[in-house]
Design a protein around this ligand. Structure first.
Ligand SMILES: [Zn+2]
Ligand SMILES: [Zn+2]
Ligand SMILES: [Zn+2]
Length: 267
């Protein structure tokens, strides 16, 4: 059913198109609570009682469920868990319900994505011959030993940490150093390749610049930090080529791409 003009039943002001679709909303002219129930095409005006968002019937403020259809009339503040009427914007303690709800939902999405990525890493690294290991402070860690005649044994470590907060160059440096130190303590031979992998939602531009030129030096060991940006699927790491490691660094970067990238688009 199409309705082309709707006026507030109390003040007669016209209701903008975009807010008519909501179940409970405030008249932009007089502030009355209005409802456009699912089951009828008319607006119902609140007279101070708790309107049911589904059927539009008014209810006593003490009711938790609609007297007509049984729909819940309350919601819980995400911050303080106080109970409020479904049409209220603020909880009794002054928390902005809609803002908090959206933030909570966004947070759940972010954590869900991080969990998904770490599960993906599990599968991908095990498929590539790595073994899961335990490393302090790490969300995940993996080990692989590789034997070649020329270099003898090289030990590979991939150490993952998820950051829910904004990254800084200092945080990247200290996380990378910490992962590398743990790998050094665990190694049994001489050659070590360590990938400290920082997983985060968004990478600030100063951190991108930092990691592209960050290349810590060690004797017969390589510390190669990688940042995985979950929002875009992009990887960030050192892009230069040191004179002493021309061939080695190409291999290290290919390896990082193969192991850590979850979105193989960009053709
Ligand atoms: Zn009005
Ligand atoms: Zn109802
Ligand atoms: Zn609250």
């Amino acid at each position: 059913m199409e309705i082309n003009s709707l006026d507030c039943p109390k003040c007669g002001g016209s209701i903008p198109e975009q807010i008519r679709r909501g179940k409970l909303f405030k008249c932009p002219h007089c502030g009355s609570t209005l409802v456009w129930p699912d089951k009828q095409a008319t607006l119902v005006l609140s007279f101070g009682a708790n309107l049911c968002p589904d059927c539009g019937v008014d209810n006593e403020p003490t009711r938790s469920f609609c007297r007509n259809c049984g729909t819940s009339l309350t919601k819980t503040c995400p911050q303080c868990k106080a109970t409020l009427y479904v049409g209220d914007s603020y909880c009794p303690n002054g928390h902005d319900f809609e803002y908090l709800r959206q933030r909570h939902e966004y947070e759940q999405q972010r954590l869900g994505r991080a969990k998904w990525y770490l599960d993906f890493i599990d599968t991908n690294l095990i498929t590539n011959g790595y073994t899961p290991i335990q490393i302090p402070e790490a969300d995940k860690a993996f080990y692989r030993s590789e034997f070649r005649l020329v270099t003898a044994t090289t030990e590979h470590y991939c150490i993952f940490r998820y950051f829910n907060e904004t990254l800084t160059p200092d945080k990247v440096r200290s996380t990378s150093e910490q992962g590398f130190r743990h790998a050094e303590e665990l190694k049994t031979g001489t050659n070590l390749r360590c990938y400290p992998v920082i997983v985060t939602d968004n990478v600030p531009s100063n951190v991108r610049d930092f990691i592209r030129s960050y290349n810590p030096k060690h004797f017969s060991a390589i510390e190669f930090p990688v940042i995985v940006e979950l929002a875009s699927g992009e990887l960030y790491y050192y892009t230069g080529t040191p004179l002493y490691g021309f061939a080695v660094y190409g291999g290290i970067r290919n390896n990082a791409e193969n192991l850590f990238r979850f979105r193989k688009s960009r053709s």
